[in-house]
Design a protein around this ligand. Structure first.
Ligand code: HEC
Length: 196
């Protein structure tokens, strides 16, 4: 459910953004006839897209556990740009159109930034990394022992030593391809959750 709504939201945002972009270009290049034509062609599409963009956006906000500052700034930018855009296109005011377009671009950029930030947090998630890179030999509980893999539930090593083994290998264990941040996240997970 959440991911479907998120998809609809993203698609609506992209279409909304494209219409907005073309309208701004036409206005700035004094192509008034084309602008009027484009506006009448896209009127219904724009209405549908704006409604779905807002409704899905509201739904997504209610699903987010904590509202971050970034999200509030994004919302303010989006809501400030809409009335500006309406006035700008009505009065054919280029500067206003440009300002409102820049506000939307900034909001879009912020949304992208917070998404990338989320992805990098996920990448350094020790549990997931352990499951994908270590569990096939060591097992989810550390005791599997495939190919002579040590029992991690009884390891006596410190976090730094575990990181070192992950990044450089040890005896029968080859080094595992990951960044130091990721290795630290896995090592922490091993010592906190696998070690008894
Ligand atoms: C291909 C199988 C394999 C994979 C994948 C693997 N290991 Fe190992 N691991 C081993 C083997 C084999 C040893 C025993 C090495 C030796 O002492 O010769 C070992 C030993 C270790 C040790 C030393 C334990 C001790 O107490 O001495 C740690 C810690 C460890 N692995 C952690 C990890 C972590 C964390 C991952 C995932 C990032 C991982 N391993 C992935 C096979 C594997």
């Amino acid at each position: 459910m959440f991911s479907t709504i998120l998809k609809i939201h993203s698609i609506s945002v992209i279409i909304f953004f494209l219409i907005y972009f073309i309208k701004t270009l036409l206005l700035l290049s004094n192509a008034n006839d084309k602008l009027e034509k484009f506006k009448s062609y896209t009127k219904i599409l724009e209405m549908i897209v704006s409604v779905s963009f807002l409704l899905t956006g509201i739904y997504l906000i209610t699903q987010i556990p904590e509202i971050k500052a970034m999200l509030i700034i994004k919302l303010i930018l989006v809501f400030a740009s809409i009335p500006l855009a309406v006035i700008a296109y009505k009065k054919r005011h280029k500067i206003l159109a440009l300002v409102s377009f820049m506000l939307i671009v900034t909001a879009y950029g912020l949304a992208e930034m917070s998404r990338t930030q989320k992805v990098s947090e996920e990448v350094a998630d020790g549990k997931t990394l352990y499951e994908t890179s270590c569990a096939m030999c060591h097992g989810a509980d550390g005791k599997l022992g495939i190919a002579g893999a040590s029992d991690l539930s009884i390891t006596q090593l410190q976090q730094g030593e575990v990181v070192n083994i992950i990044l450089n290998g040890k005896g029968g264990m080859q080094k595992v391809q990951m960044t130091e941040i990721q290795a630290n996240a896995v090592a922490e997970y091993v010592l906190k959750n696998i070690k008894k």
